[in-house]
Write a protein that binds this ligand. Structure first.
Ligand code: 5GP
Length: 118
């Protein structure tokens, strides 16, 4: 996908604290917060602090330590939310066909019930 990073996107505003979010976890590289319109009993979002439009962009441009930190943070956040025992789903939408709405890279973490497919 060939989307330009828009520094006024909603997650950029959350990172700048221009709009509030319910933070779950934060470190040097990532921020995790609850989705404002949860699609499951637990629905969290994990985002890198640096600007990437999607997983495709992140995977190509992020520094190795950033990729490691992000990968570990996703599982850590799931554990913080108590999802490790019963399991959970991680999703990332990439581009138009996926229905991606916010063009700041994020993983969704979904759990808290037996999830339907798709
Ligand atoms: P996408 O479709 O881009 O993969 O997912 C974007 C997600 O961001 C959606 O699940 C949507 O509910 C969530 N979202 C959109 N705006 C806000 C917001 O202002 N705050 C929070 N916490 N989540 C948001």
């Amino acid at each position: 996908t060939s989307v330009r990073y828009d520094s006024q996107n909603i997650f950029a505003k959350i990172l700048k604290k221009e709009i509030p979010a319910k933070t779950i976890y934060e470190n040097e590289y990532v921020l995790a917060f609850h989705d404002v319109a949860p699609k499951a009993p637990i629905h969290a979002l994990v985002i890198p602090k640096n600007p990437y439009t999607s997983y495709a962009d992140f995977s190509q441009r992020a520094a190795p330590e950033e990729i490691v930190a992000f990968t570990k943070a996703v599982a850590h956040v799931a554990n913080l939310l108590g999802l490790d025992k019963d399991g959970y789903r991680i999703i990332s939408n990439i581009g138009r066909n996926s229905g991606q709405e916010v063009f700041h890279f994020h993983f969704h973490i979904l759990g808290g019930k037996k999830l339907p497919f798709a």
